[in-house]
Ligand binder design. Structure first.
Ligand SMILES: [Zn+2]
Length: 859
């Protein structure tokens, strides 16, 4: 229940004035958990999270047609046929018939025990043995097709939906009406008021649930066992994605609780990717040379499409699949309406039931009590609008992407009575948050050069306001991404932005050709855009490496040099304050700073500057900012500098922050690092270079590619000169010498190793992402939401005291912001103007259209 505790906090923050039934549900579920655990110890196989596919599918399909797992225990088969071990080729038809009859009984018997038994049956058999019997049955049937029994499992399996096949939904998965325009919600409420008045209802309850940006999913269970998972598709028919569900932890294969076993039932909900997972997933995809997913929903669809996740668990696709989570919204049962309603008479009861069965609930959920009269006065409207606004403001703090709020009539009998239009139910509406997307025209495609020389195509756009910010550029990632979108200059494109993520082009909405009104067929197709063959900045040849295009100019390339300087000054490297990108560009293009050593020498060069040539005289600088920069550089030179920061600051390919830590621990000092480089320069195949390489390769997390990258860095004389210069300019601290190779858990390196941090409420001096990064840098973990594993909870402003108290009662250390900063050895917040910072979007991805939460009523 600890999962999505942020959501619970949000619930209270949202100012829910009425009884929070969702919390009552959580309490009920918490009481049920121990019972479930007890059950698990007695009947482990039944509660096995993912039964072997072949057997499971066979059973499920048998059950679907009223097969052997249904009803009372079948008779126990006696006497194994004497010829049962003969090769099928040697069987006579009478023997085959006898054995098929026996196999049919045997398989039915063990099916029943497997799914209905309490685990104490003496003659349960292993899954392998069951599979062997099933194969035997198939083999005999193949040889003697005429002997196949009418109720043979093989027939049922033959009719099974295969992965990737289409599934017709038991009842249509209707989408919800969206409230987007002002007035939509008001119209919904007044129509609801009229419909309810017609039903003689004066008082009713509305339930608010988050609308997640994911993929709607329908799960069919029989006797509490997952039979099939299907996507929403067109609402009538979706794709069978049962196999892929093995990887998803929040989808139970066996439902808990008695009520789940009574009938065929269908659970509907949303499959989504937690926001943090999207960040790491996209990082993994970029490492594999794949274009990142533009939003969580695309990531979900992409992961599901790769059904054979178990085969490539290490890949980004496998990772994506395993990161998916499911939240259940609704349940439909194959039963008369009355029976269905008594199972869950309200939406709230339905949520409680789903929790009891083992589904995580949607959070935050809030319940509103209203009268039909209030639908006319505007009071209810105002209350709901305030609620939606409240949730919208919390959107960035939630561990998942919420793109709106779903409001549903709580009473399911009333839902039935009000019914649905052909398109959508009349008793629910999705209130969408304002879009963070916009359509604009692509005016040009340019290329930007990164620190490592990688070329990235950038969309130049007609300026457009998105979520209050004017966007003129958006990333196009790489040549393949561009090709997949089929973009050419002049196209109208859909872009999106959110938080500090670079705006992205999502899709082409109108091609340049068609918008001219010309006949597309008669126009020559403009050639596809291609990466330039030479660097647009330094004109060095562009080399294609894997899927990347790299400028070979190295530090001669001003673009790379500038990116390298920005990296050197960034927070995790030397952390030079007061050095924004614009200033750095001026320093570089005016020749004052060419490399990191020049940057550190600024105090001297500035002091020696001729009158009128001082930074203070430059346009846009002034005495104060020039002075500030000089002072902050002096400060950086004056303070002890961790070796790790310096190694990271070099920007050597593959040397990220954590690898820099490994190298720092390994070499111990800048001097020894330099000696290592010198050795590597001689070649890594033999002699002292080989010795250094071998020792490096002993470090867990260091591979040959990294050794090669270090050797390449060493091969450039100017890099060694830079190391020498820094040795003079900085006071690089000595770390422990060799012998502690690759010990990342070291207390100095990772003072918070082993701790698990959760956050609730807002921090004054840091964003949530920064706070998270700071604790992770120190070796602690931060799960996507506040879970039971959390050892330290940071409660910022607005944290809900009752929730914090609950966590504290569990023995979790609760810190306020000041205590947290002290723990991190951070000073109180300070004002910083425009520092060069390598921000990478590990957080906020925007909401997007549609994929509304599914809703169904009982058939
Ligand atoms: Zn270049």
């Amino acid at each position: 229940m600890g999962r999505r505790r942020l959501g619970r906090a949000a619930l209270a923050l949202a100012g829910a004035s009425l009884a929070s039934l969702a919390l009552a549900g959580a309490a009920a579920a918490a009481m049920l958990r121990p019972a479930a655990a007890l059950l698990a110890s007695h009947a482990p196989r039944r509660l096995m999270p993912s039964p072997p596919v072949s057997r499971f599918r066979a059973w499920a399909l048998a059950a679907a047609v009223g097969g052997p797992a249904d009803g009372p225990l079948p008779p126990r088969p006696q006497h194994h046929p004497p010829h049962g071990n003969q090769p099928t080729e040697d069987l006579r038809s009478s023997e085959a018939a006898e054995e098929l009859a026996w196999l049919s009984l045997k398989l039915a018997y063990h099916d029943w025990i497997y799914y209905n038994g309490d685990g104490t049956e003496e003659d349960s058999i292993s899954d392998a043995e069951f599979d062997r019997l099933e194969q035997r049955q198939r083999a005999i049937e193949e040889r003697f097709p005429a002997l196949r029994l009418e109720d043979s499992r093989s027939l049922r399996v033959g009719s099974s939906p295969t992965p990737g096949s289409t599934v017709t939904h038991r009842s249509p998965m209707k989408s919800l009406d969206n409230a987007i325009k002002p007035g939509d919600l008001e119209n919904f409420l007044s129509r609801l008021g009229r419909l309810l008045s017609a039903e003689d209802t004066e008082e009713f309850r509305l339930v608010s649930e988050p609308k997640l940006d994911g993929m709607s999913l329908s799960l069919t269970y029989e006797h509490g066992q997952l039979l099939r998972a299907a996507t929403r598709g067109d609402g009538t028919r979706g794709d069978d994605v049962t196999e892929a569900m093995h990887a998803i932890r929040t989808i139970p294969w066996s439902l808990q609780g008695e009520r789940s076993r009574e009938q065929v039932l269908e659970v509907r909900g949303e499959l989504y990717l937690p926001r943090r997972a999207l960040g790491s997933l996209n990082a993994a995809r970029e490492r594999e040379g794949l274009a990142p997913f533009a939003n969580p929903r695309n990531a979900v669809a992409g992961a599901i499409r790769r059904q054979g996740a178990s085969e490539d668990t290490a890949s980004a696709a496998g990772q994506a699949l395993r990161s998916l989570e499911f939240v259940a919204y609704d349940v439909a049962v194959d039963a008369p309406i009355g029976a269905a309603l008594s199972l869950a008479p309200t939406q709230t009861a339905c949520q409680q039931m789903l929790e009891e069965w083992g589904f995580p609930p949607p959070e935050p959920t809030v319940s509103f009590l209203a009268t039909t009269a209030a639908t006319e006065t505007g009071d209810l409207l105002a209350q709901l609008e305030e609620h939606v606004k409240g949730l919208e403001s919390l959107r960035g703090d939630l561990p998942f992407e919420m793109d709106g709020v779903v409001l549903k009539l709580d009473d399911r009998r009333l839902q039935q009575q009000i019914g649905a239009t052909a398109r959508a139910p009349r008793w629910a509406i999705a209130v969408k948050f304002p879009s963070e997307k916009a359509t604009t025209r692509l005016t040009d495609i340019q290329v930007s050069i990164g620190r490592t020389g990688a070329l990235t195509p950038v969309a130049i756009l007609e300026p457009v306001s998105v979520g209050g910010v004017t966007v003129q550029r958006a990333t196009l990632h790489n040549e393949e991404f561009l090709a997949a979108l089929g973009l050419s200059v002049g196209d109208k494109v859909l872009i999106q932005r959110a938080g500090d993520v670079i705006p992205q082009v999502l899709e082409r909405v109108e091609s340049a050709q068609s918008s001219d009104g010309a006949d597309r067929g008669s126009l020559p197709q403009s050639p596809p855009w291609a990466m330039p063959s030479e660097c647009p900045v330094c004109h060095s040849p562009v080399q294609r490496l894997d899927r990347r295009h790299i400028c070979t100019g190295g530090l001669y390339c001003p673009a790379q040099a500038l990116e390298g300087l920005a990296h050197f000054a960034s927070r995790r490297a030397l952390d030079i304050e007061g050095l924004g990108r614009g200033r750095l560009e001026q320093l570089y293009t005016r020749g004052r700073v060419r490399d990191p050593a020049d940057l550190l020498r600024l105090p001297e060069t500035e002091a020696a500057a001729a009158k009128g040539a001082s930074l203070a005289d430059w346009e846009g600088w002034g005495v104060r900012s020039a002075g500030n920069l000089v002072e902050s550089i002096k400060a950086v030179r004056g303070r002890p500098m961790e070796l790790r920061r310096v190694l990271y600051g070099f920007g050597i390919p593959l040397v990220g922050h954590s690898t820099a830590g490994l190298l720092a621990a390994h070499f111990g000092s800048l001097q020894r690092f330099r000696e290592g480089l010198e050795a590597l320069r001689d070649g890594v195949e033999e002699g002292r270079g080989r010795a250094v390489a071998d020792r490096l390769l002993e470090i867990d997390g260091v591979g040959m590619a990294l050794v090669d990258a270090l050797a390449a860095f060493a091969g450039n004389t100017s890099n060694l000169e830079l190391v020498d210069a820094l040795a003079v300019l900085l006071s690089v601290t000595e770390e422990a010498p060799e012998g502690r190779l690759g010990v990342v858990e070291d207390q100095n390196q990772n003072p918070l190793a082993g701790l698990v941090f959760g956050f609730t409420g807002g921090l004054e001096s840091l964003t949530r992402a920064e706070a998270q990064r700071l604790v992770e840098e120190r070796g602690a973990r931060v799960p996507a939401s506040v879970t039971k594993t959390v050892t330290h909870l940071v409660a910022g402003s607005g944290a809900v005291e009752s929730k914090v108290a609950k966590v504290r009662d569990r023995g979790v250390a609760v810190l306020d912001e000041a205590e947290f900063l002290r723990l991190l050895d951070l000073d109180p917040p300070k004002e910083v103007d425009g520092r060069a910072e390598d921000r990478h979007g590990d957080g906020v991805f925007p909401g997007s259209e549609a994929s509304s939460s599914s809703s169904s009523s009982s058939p």
